[in-house]
Design a protein around this ligand. Structure first.
Ligand code: BMP
Length: 220
């Protein structure tokens, strides 16, 4: 069984290791650390068949600049993450239109996983999200209450959730609270045996989901 995991590839792993990991984790998220370290490594990443390659550039700029940035990566990925606080007019309107024209997806950040993120802005971000046709949202796994709120506000959107392991959230908990995918970085790429770790996490996630969904069904 394939888990609902996304590998945050913030450091290079040997292509052969990555290829093995892709048997357990079918989605990968790539951000600045990897792009800046070795752009040509992206060619190795895209040779592997993934269900989705997500570029995490946390875009936060005017429309023209964001379109120029994503244009450079259209051949490498399926989806792009942008901040939502930049608003719609002159920013997300053109970005989402451009991505749609190129058959790419947009994810918006609605709540971050770190302590300093201020969720009192959420009503504003929700308003922005309602005006943009995004595939889904980023909501930290360290904030299960925010996952529940976003899930309730956006029933048909995909929620991807970082913060498992290194940042303290337990595998499976974000999904049990309404997320679709859990994003894991350091716990895998810094493990002694990243392949075994990916396999184990995928299994642990499945067990945890069975547990909570089973309990939910028993309550019904
Ligand atoms: P790690 O599992 O090593 O903590 O990595 C989490 C990944 O998710 C990193 O790539 C980080 O930039 C990203 N991320 C996050 O941790 N919190 C957020 O709120 C949004 C993110 O994209």
């Amino acid at each position: 069984m394939l888990g609902n995991l996304i590998l945050a590839l913030d450091k290079e792993l040997a292509p052969s290791t990555l290829s093995e990991i892709s048997k357990y984790i079918r989605r990968v998220k790539i951000g600045y650390p990897l792009i800046l370290e070795n752009f040509s490594y992206l060619d190795d990443v895209i040779k592997i068949h993934w269900d989705e390659i997500i570029f995490d550039l946390k875009l936060a700029d005017i429309d023209n600049t964001m379109v120029l940035i994503v244009s450079k990566l259209l051949n490498y990925g399926d989806s792009f993450i942008s901040h939502s606080f930049i608003g719609v007019e002159g920013a997300l309107d053109k970005l989402s239109e451009f991505l749609k024209q190129n058959n790419k997806n947009l994810y918006l950040v609605l709540s971050m996983s770190h302590k300093g993120w201020n969720d009192s802005f959420y009503p504003y971000l929700r308003g922005v999200a309602n005006k943009v046709d995004a595939k889904g949202f980023v909501v930290g796994a360290t904030k299960p209450n925010m996952i529940r709120i976003v899930r309730n506000d956006f029933k048909d959107k995909i929620i991807i959730s970082p913060g498992i392991g290194a940042q303290g959230a337990n595998i499976g908990d974000a999904i049990c609270n309404g997320a679709d995918y859990e994003i894991v970085g350091r716990t895998i790429y810094e493990a002694k045996d990243p392949i075994e770790q990916a396999k184990m996490l995928s299994h642990m996630q499945e067990v945890r989901i069975d547990e909570c969904k089973g309990a939910e069904n028993r309550q019904k």
